[in-house]
Design a protein around this ligand. Structure first.
Ligand SMILES: Nc1nc2c(c(=O)[nH]1)N[C@H]1C(S)=C(S)[C@@H](COP(=O)(O)O)O[C@H]1N2
Ligand SMILES: [Mo]
Length: 220
């Protein structure tokens, strides 16, 4: 259900969520159109995220943007934004993102399945790990089995609106059941690998490579 608020209410919502000044898109407009509940469950607002990305919000140049599928595949692929969004079945699901800093947001995510993007490339039998790369140099990895068996999504919409730049436009990984640092934003490349020990940005700093929400996030 989409609830459209009045202009005044949206201004108030923007003030209450404290998103003026610390984000790069016009959240007054987004506050007005975003979905506020889903199947009776209250959702968090777009302004409830804390912005703590390693290099701050990224503005991806969409003229040159491609999403690459590389590594242990038969045939590397390169998708345009439209190729990802229009070329694959869309899914939506409410999932909570938990950051290790102690905040969390329950959001309605819409996107495509990572499996639907990588399978046409012909994943080689040796592959057991998926390494995600982002526009800001950030990386993170997870088991191929997790991606396939859990139908992990690459999101292009949150709460019914296109991902704002600071939330990872064009795509953010919905790494269900894993800590927030696995939810990579501004994804540019999906690399199939046979190295389960690959460590991404925060994992190199000591965060658990598994990243499972039900386990401590520090490995040491
Ligand atoms: N590319 C990229 N993706 C990233 C990060 C980042 O710094 N760069 N930060 C991660 C962390 S620590 C969290 S908790 C989630 C949500 O962060 P946000 O609130 O800044 O969107 O994004 C994750 N994805
Ligand atoms: Mo985080």
């Amino acid at each position: 259900m989409i609830i459209l608020t009045t202009w005044g209410a949206s201004m108030l919502a923007a003030l209450l969520t404290g998103c003026a000044g610390n984000t790069v898109s016009d959240n007054r407009d987004l506050a007005a159109v975003q979905v506020k509940e889903y199947q009776g469950e209250r959702l968090s607002a777009l302004g409830d995220f804390h912005e703590n990305s390693i290099k701050g919000p990224q503005r991806v140049d969409m003229d040159s943007y491609r999403l690459a599928v590389t590594g242990l595949v038969d045939k590397p692929l390169s998708y345009t934004y439209a190729g990802v969004v229009s070329g694959h079945k869309g899914y939506s699901k409410p999932v909570t993102l938990d950051c290790v800093e102690g905040w969390s947001v329950k959001i309605l995510w819409e996107g495509v399945l990572v499996g639907d993007l990588i399978n046409p490339a012909g994943v080689l039998p040796a592959a057991n790990t998926v390494i995600f790369h982002a526009y800001d140099g950030y990386t993170t990895s997870m088991p191929l089995r997790y991606i396939q068996d859990k139908n992990i999504m690459l999101a292009y919409k949150i709460n019914g609106v296109e991902l704002p730049p600071e939330r990872g436009f064009p795509f953010q990984l919905v790494a269900e059941d894993k800590w927030g640092y696995k939810w990579i934003k501004w994804v540019t490349k999906i690399e199939l690998s046979d190295n389960p020990a690959y460590k991404g940005y925060w994992e190199q700093g000591g965060y658990s490579n598994d990243g499972a929400l039900d386990k401590p996030f520090f490995d040491r």
